[in-house]
Design a binder for this molecule. Structure first.
Ligand SMILES: [Zn+2]
Length: 411
């Protein structure tokens, strides 16, 4: 996985130190089980707001700010969040809302959406006392935009993790079989869309991708790489990197959509390819929403990685695009008898995750968690298996008729 080695090691170190410091001799050894967050509270008003998190033991933390939209990010060691349902969905004072989750193995993150620019006045953790658990405290004070931006610029110079290393496609290690990259959307702190009973897109699409992986591998004709295989956040550009670095011949991103309440009741699966101009307004809305994954997780990759940007050779790009569209057609044809499709199932828009210039890429929206019948399908074993079968079939058909020969010749 393209985790950032530096911050990974850094968090691991914090975790080890925090764990050993907090464990007294009488405590049952549990150094390998993460601390548990048991309650979260907000206090204060529009000029000063305090956030408090109760924890089973003291942890280390690193807080910083991000602009546009205004956010505070709190990086902490891996924490088990045992907080009340809907915690963070509404805020108070300077904090509009907040979310939390895993961003990498060993590392959790909290992201606070702000109503206006703030200064981090205090960010610290304290040990448990006789009458209170260990706590993490964040105190924010309102400030002006200029001071806020100055601070962001300073922090990003000091603390911003290194960009993922420039990837070069690797060799197959002698294995000539085509490599399929499966990309379950969202993960960790980024839950994706949610169903009426808290069903999360990130869980639905991960399970689906794992079933699809098993089916693709069963034939023995293909290898599979997953951009994530657990509940971890992966930035959009990193997903593209993982596929390109592994030498993928095809990239399939798996998502599930939802319409906001009161905006109609769309239903059925859709297949998207990359285009600078969206095929319709719904495709534009969806791309905008999926592209926000990095903002949701407090990761801002403002520049495209150089190796991707620099490689935008017109010809290769055009070939990739044509392969992507061919595969998208095949997908729709195979999925039609298996899954309910959207009334216009083939669409295009500027999805950031489809931007590999040399890997044919599609994004499949399996259905709408906001539609009752779709949600029932999405949660059904039978539907998942049947639909995964149809996608595996389309992948097989694509390689059989279009690419296997051409790519083998090119390698
Ligand atoms: Zn999604």
């Amino acid at each position: 996985m393209a985790v950032r080695a530096a911050s990974w090691a850094f968090l691991g170190l914090i975790f080890a130190v925090a764990a050993s410091a907090a464990e007294g001799p009488l405590v049952v050894p549990a150094a390998d089980s993460p601390p548990v967050a048991t309650a979260a509270r907000l206090g204060g008003d529009e000029s000063q707001t305090r956030f408090v998190l109760d924890l089973s033991r003291k942890i280390d933390l690193h807080a910083f700010t991000l602009a546009d939209p205004y956010r505070v990010v709190l990086d902490i060691p891996q924490v088990t969040f045992a907080l009340a349902p809907k915690t963070g969905e509404s805020g108070r004072g300077l904090i509009k809302a907040f979310r939390f989750g895993l961003v990498m193995p060993g590392g959790s993150r909290m992201v606070f959406d702000l109503s206006k620019p703030v200064r981090i006045d205090k960010a610290f953790a304290i040990d448990a006392s006789v009458d209170a658990p260990a706590r993490l405290v964040l105190e924010l004070v309102a400030t002006d935009r200029e001071s806020f931006l100055r601070k962001v610029a300073l922090e990003s110079r000091l603390t911003r993790p290194e960009a993922p290393s420039a990837g070069r496609p690797q060799t197959n290690g002698g294995d000539p079989r085509p490599l399929v990259a499966l990309d379950p959307g969202h993960g960790g702190i980024d839950t994706g869309t949610k169903g009426p009973n808290g069903e999360q897109e990130k869980d639905i699409v991960l399970d689906f991708a794992q079933r699809l992986r098993a089916r693709i591998e069963k034939s023995g004709k293909y290898r599979v790489v997953m951009t994530r295989s657990d509940d971890t956040f992966v930035a959009l550009a990193d997903r593209v990197h993982i596929a390109r670095n592994a030498g993928a011949a095809l990239f399939v991103s798996i998502h599930a959509d939802a319409l906001p309440h009161g905006e109609g009741d769309a239903q059925g699966a859709s297949v998207y390819t990359l285009s600078e101009t969206a095929s319709d307004s719904e495709a534009a809305r969806l791309a905008e929403k999926e592209n926000r994954a990095d903002v949701i997780a407090g990761v801002d990759l403002k520049t495209e990685p150089d190796d991707v940007a620099g490689i935008l050779i017109d010809l290769a790009e055009r070939e990739t695009k044509s392969f992507s569209v061919q595969f998208a057609h095949k997908l729709v044809a195979e999925m039609k008898p298996a899954a309910r499709l959207h009334k216009t199932p083939l669409k295009s828009a500027g999805f950031r995750v489809l931007r590999a210039p040399d890997v044919p890429s599609v994004l499949v929206e399996l259905g709408y968690v906001s539609n009752r019948q779709d949600l029932q399908s999405l949660l059904s074993d039978h539907w998942r298996n049947r639909t995964a079968d149809s996608i595996a079939q389309a992948i097989d058909g694509y390689f059989a008729t279009h690419v296997a020969g051409a790519r083998a010749g090119a390698n």
